[in-house]
Design a protein around this ligand. Structure first.
Ligand SMILES: *Cc1c(COP(=O)(O)O)cnc(C)c1O
Length: 425
């Protein structure tokens, strides 16, 4: 079935009912699952049999939706998490522990930056933050003996830097560690990171995948390509016995499914960031139109970006779809059908001028969100990235005047009309 086109996968994959079963994905609204014998249930706890027993670890509704995202990304296994934050946390923590080190792109979502550089640091995991436009030599120099992964975004939120997949995958693999790519912004409709060397793909499904600002959620997809067992000393969590499962070794028992099985049966069991099945159901409805919405977001964003560029009061515009954008060539290489609906721009006069234009918008709302059907704006320096120092903001490529405009799927003329009146204020 892996030969199906993306549009068909969006609509049909995941829940594929048999005779007499519901046409639509059922919500398994149950915390628990029944067995006939104590022995049957015991085998589940030993991971000897596959099956559901408690929704803190896994739930069928979630798994059908994860299966759809897995097929969209071209992976071998996937899991849903309660949020994108949980997805990135689990993706890294599944292979890192106290005393380990990760390399992370400086152009990354503010929440991920805090997670890795503050919270995971308290857990004893060190991080080297690297400019995504660094040279190969600089990137290679960042690796240490205890480095366990490289983390970056395919299109960075908010500053829209397109990842040089080739450079990052090559460096990660030369140092025997996986490349983890957060693919939230382009979604698999516009970019499939596994095709370009990513080993693990993460998502905040809260954004385009849900698409309607209904539910917070996340997803982790494993390509199955990284050979953990080749580097047993580097990834002991996967390649040596897990005491919490009577000495089972994930790579031996589960092969290509080792990484996701460990994340589910160990991290989800112990940390419990499961997505509610109700939310997974809503996410699945969103996914059914992802292939229709993404091109519309991109088409509208390009029109709006061109309009902004023509405006006297606008100091600068960044949109990788614009031909003179510094990341246009990388965008063409890795996402030829389009990037995403997000634009960044600044107003002449700096921070205060940008905030004034935002306040004058009527239809376009100021919300802490991005990548849903309704056009919205946010000022990263005073909102999502508020905890960063000016130096950190600069390193992350976020200027104080930067307005993040998430272009929705309304009529582009109406979005432009609202911007026009706000700029005329
Ligand atoms: C929003 C976002 C996250 C965090 O996801 P939540 O669902 O809000 O927890 C992670 N990465 C990127 C690129 C995001 O845009």
């Amino acid at each position: 079935m892996s030969e199906r086109n993306l549009e068909t996968i969006c609509v049909q994959a995941g829940w594929e009912p048999g005779k007499g079963e519901p046409r639509v994905l059922p919500i398994y609204q149950s915390t628990t699952f029944k067995y006939d014998t104590s022995e049957q249930m015991g085998r589940l706890f030993d991971l000897e049999d596959a099956g559901y027993f408690y929704t803190r670890l896994a739930n069928p509704t979630n798994d059908y939706v994860a299966k759809k995202i897995c097929e969209l990304e071209g992976g071998v296994a996937a899991m849903l998490t309660s949020s994108g934050q949980a997805a990135n946390y689990y993706a890294v923590f599944n292979i890192c522990e106290c005393g380990d080190h990760v390399i992370m792109s400086s152009s990354i979502y503010g929440g991920t930056f805090n997670l890795v550089t503050c919270t995971m640091k308290k857990m004893g995991i060190e991080c080297t933050v690297i400019d995504p436009d660094c040279t190969e030599e600089e990137l290679n120099a960042a690796f240490r003996d205890n480095t366990k992964c490289v983390l970056a975004e395919s299109i960075s939120n908010p500053n829209l830097i397109i990842l040089d997949f080739e450079k990052f995958a090559k460096a990660a693999h030369a140092h025997n560690v996986p490349l983890i790519v957060d693919n939230t912004f382009p979604t698999p409709i516009n970019c499939r990171p596994i095709e370009f060397g990513a080993d693990i793909v993460t998502h905040s499904t809260t954004k385009y995948m849900d698409g309607h600002a209904l539910t917070v959620g996340g997803c982790i997809v494993d390509s199955g390509n990284f050979e953990w067992s080749k580097y047993p000393d580097k990834f002991p969590g996967l390649t040596t016995p897990d005491d919490s499962y009577h000495g089972l070794t994930y790579t031996e028992k589960f092969g290509k499914l080792a990484y996701i099985t460990k994340a589910t049966s160990q991290l989800m069991r112990d940390l419990g960031s499961i997505q509610a099945p109700q939310n997974a159901f809503l996410l699945n409805v969103g996914l059914e139109t992802l292939h229709l919405r993404m091109p519309k977001h991109c088409e509208n964003a390009l029109s709006v970006a061109k309009f902004l560029k023509s405006q006297e009061r606008v100091a600068w515009v960044r949109y990788p779809g614009l031909e003179d954008d510094p990341y246009h060539d990388l965008a063409k290489k890795y996402m030829p059908n389009g990037t995403c609906g997000v634009i960044c721009f600044g107003i002449k006069g700096g921070r205060a001028a940008s905030e004034k234009v935002m306040d004058a918008l009527k239809m376009i709302a100021i919300v802490t969100h991005v990548a849903d059907a309704r056009t919205c704006v946010l000022h990263p320096a005073s909102h999502t990235h508020r905890q960063m120092t000016d130096e950190q903001l600069e390193a992350a490529g976020i200027s104080p005047d930067l307005i993040r405009l998430s272009v929705g799927i309304e009529n582009a003329d109406d979005i432009i009309a609202d911007l026009k009146q706000a700029l005329a204020e």
